[in-house]
Every structure is written in C-alpha cells, then in structure tokens.
Ligand binder design. Structure first.
Ligand SMILES: O=C(O)CCC(=O)C(=O)O
Ligand SMILES: [Fe+2]
Length: 410
C-alpha cells in the first residue's frame, strides 16, 4: 500500500488561476453532460441585490471574529503539505485498511484536511454537477430570486449578499440533500439538468462522506461502527457557490474566513481559490486541487465529537484572477435535532469534556440570533470554560500579536 504522498513537495506554486485548475476530461459519448462550462452569468448581478441580511453562511460558523484570520499572512513560498488518501484502499485487506485509517486519522489530527482520490465518483459526474451549478447561476435574476429567503431553515436558499465587510458578494444556493427523495422536490427545476446532475453527485459524494466518517471514528479508536446509524440518518447540505472573476481594484476575498459546522465537508471546485489556515504556522495556504481529487476538511462537530483531538479547519475562498469560479461544498452532519457531544470514550480526568452538546438546529438558531453581531462563531459558543481554556485564550492572544506584527496580505 502506498503511503499518502506529500503533494507538490518538490514543486513551486503555480501562479494565478492556472494553479489548481481541474484537469477536466470532457464526458465521452453517452456521458451525462455536454461538458460546457463558461463561468457564471450571475457574476454581473453580484452586489446589485441584498436579498438576505446575512452573509450566506448557513453552513458556517464565522471564525473571523475570535481569531481574526483575515489578518493572517499568506505564505506562497512553500506548497501546502496535502495528504492524499486513496479511498479504494479502505476496502482492501484489513492490514491495508488499518494503514489508510491511520493516515486519515493523522491527517485529521495534524492538519484537519486532505484530498481523496480513487473515490468512485467519475469525472463526468463531477463535471455535470459543476455544469448544473454554472447553468443555474446564468439564469435571469427573477428565476433565481424565487429561492431568496432570510429564513436559514428553508430547504433551498439563494442569496447574493455579503455583509461581513471582508468579502466580495458571491452568489450561492444552499439546499438540503439527504434524504434526497425528501428534498429534491424543492430544488430548482431550472436549468432542466439541475436536479438530475446535482442529485447524482449529491448521493455519490454522500457515500464518500460515510466511508470517510467510518475511517475517522475508527482512527479515533471508537470503532468503525461508532454512531453508524446517526451518520447514516444524518443531514447533508450542499452549498453551491459562484464567485466573480477577480477584478484588479476590488478585494480578492470571495468568502470570508470561517469553519463549517458539520463533521466534515467535501469540496468540489472548478478552479483554484480555496485557502486554509495551516495549523502549524497560522499562515494562509493556497490549496492545490489535484486532478480528479476531492478536498475534505474537518468541521466544528468533529472537533466536538473528538473532544478537541481533531480541529475544525478555518478556510476562505479567494477570487480567481482568470475566471469565475464554482464550488460545491457538501457538508455532512447529524440529523437536524440530533445532539453532538464529546465522545465519552475520549473523556477522562485528564481530558474533561471541552464542548457543550449541540445540534445542527442549535447551530441555525445561533446563527439566526447572531446575524448582526460579533458572536457568530458557533464553536466558540460551545467551549466549556476550563483552566485549559485560559491557557488556550492566552495562546490565541499570542498568535494574534504575532499576526499583527506579520505582513498582512489581504
Ligand atoms: O468556495 C470554496 O472554495 C469554499 C466554499 C466554502 O467554504 C463553503 O461553502 O462553506
Ligand atoms: Fe466552508
């Protein structure tokens, strides 16, 4: 079995949008979609409408308020270490599976993110989902705005607003995706390909998420079957984003720093733009998307379940200077009202519970209640006050100080 490679260890970062652009193989005859994708027409409308008074973050807990990550420096010199997990190896013999589980657990503990290859989703299915998204954003505003709502609990929401004063407005569509048969009836009927292509991708990416969650809980020493039923009955939210091409004058931030609320997020993107905070250096690092790979990162509820052994990933999206960009974030959590607690197996005298229990529904309430103030960070609101926390706070203050002294590049 191959150990995960360190991507780009020898390589310099490619500049601009070319970096990380997906190697798109157009579907062959009999493929699902035409493979045509020309960026998003919604771009011209961005910023002209403020449909809902939130920054479109039903999946995210804004981390920019507690650790101002917008102040973190960007580091372009060294490529981001990116573990690559061959998902197919999880179903090989038990010794191989054991090593892959170990690799997944290490990536989650050390970094919080990795990419998966050999995940079983064909290039054609991924391209078609991106095409369906792109075609949706090209629709006339009146058609898209039928989905506009300020209610974060709506099964489908469209918005183009940004009120974090950091990011450029982006257009996005968020919708629930599991159980698909329950939610798909609410999804857009235009473009006509939307439900079919996005539905196919949604159910296939959910299979990937379930395999990964099994590996992660096994890697935490909790056993492969741990909370299996709750994960299978859990929620899936698709956050479908469309970013304008970067213009020279404006800010290049398309989506402000945040972490996602669920256990894990699987991200499919049309080209480069994603950045994550490297936990060892507290520096923004650009994510290089490998061809045919999916990017995975840990969310708030995995940090809670693991009682802090795994950390949620602070990330943001930059506008691409060469083209408009589509991303589809698939966010996986428990069912709406199911509480997530620190696994009792990971709690003892030395490791008291670090977080209060909470559900996806609690997260939505938190976001709704804090729409206009500075306390939007959900995970922060869950932290138990302990002695350790005092030290952690002091630690964060030091990081902040360091950040202020460093060159700020945003
Ligand atoms: O567009 C991206 O690369 C990131 C999207 C994201 O973080 C989200 O939708 O939560
Ligand atoms: Fe996110």
């Amino acid at each position: 079995m191959q150990r995960p490679a360190v991507v780009g260890a020898a390589g310099k970062r490619e500049g601009g949008a070319a970096a990380g652009r997906r190697a798109v193989q157009r579907p062959t005859a009999g493929g699902l979609c035409s493979g045509r994708r020309e960026g998003c027409a919604a771009v011209g409308e961005l910023g002209t409408k403020r449909v809902a008074e939130e920054d479109g973050a039903a999946n995210m807990s804004d981390s920019s308020r507690t650790i101002p990550p917008e102040l973190l420096p960007s580091e372009d010199l060294h490529p981001l270490p990116m573990p690559v997990i061959n998902l197919g190896h999880l179903s090989l013999d038990s010794a191989t599976r054991y090593r892959v589980v170990d690799d997944v657990a290490k990536a989650c503990r050390d970094l919080g993110y990795f990419q998966v290859i050999n995940h079983g989703i064909s290039q054609s299915v991924m391209d078609c989902a991106l095409e369906a998204a792109s075609d949706f954003f090209k629709l006339p505003s009146e058609t898209k705005e039928k989905f506009a709502s300020e209610d974060l609990r709506r099964p489908v929401r469209y918005d183009t607003s940004s009120k974090d004063s950091i990011s450029m407005p982006r257009a996005f569509l968020k919708h629930y995706a599991h159980p698909l048969s329950e939610w798909i009836q609410y999804w857009p009927q235009q473009p006509p390909i939307y439900r079919k292509y996005m539905g196919k991708y949604a159910s296939e990416v959910r299979m990937v998420a379930l395999q990964l969650v099994e590996a992660i809980v096994e890697g935490l020493g909790l056993g492969k079957e741990y909370l299996n039923e709750k994960f299978h009955e859990g929620s899936q939210v698709l956050s479908v984003n469309c970013y304008a091409k970067a213009s020279q004058s404006a800010t290049t931030i398309g989506l402000a720093p945040h972490s996602d609320h669920g256990f894990l997020t699987i991200l499919l993107t049309s080209c480069g733009g994603l950045e994550v905070v490297d936990p060892s250096s507290n520096i923004w690092k650009r994510v290089q998307q490998l061809p045919h790979a999916l990017h995975v990162h840990i969310g708030d509820h995995m940090e809670v379940l693991s009682n802090g052994r795994m950390k949620t990933v602070v990330h943001r999206a930059l506008l691409n200077p060469e083209e408009a960009r589509i991303s589809i974030a698939s966010i996986h959590g428990f069912a709406l009202h199911e509480k997530v607690t620190c696994a009792k197996e990971l709690v003892d005298e030395e490791n008291p519970p670090k977080y209060k229990e909470s559900s996806f529904s609690d997260f939505l309430d938190h976001l709704t209640a804090n729409m206009d103030n500075k306390h939007r960070n959900f995970l922060e609101s869950l932290r138990m006050v302990t002695g350790a926390m005092v030290f952690e706070k002091a630690d964060r203050a030091m990081v902040h100080l360091h950040m202020l002294k460093s060159k700020v590049s945003v």
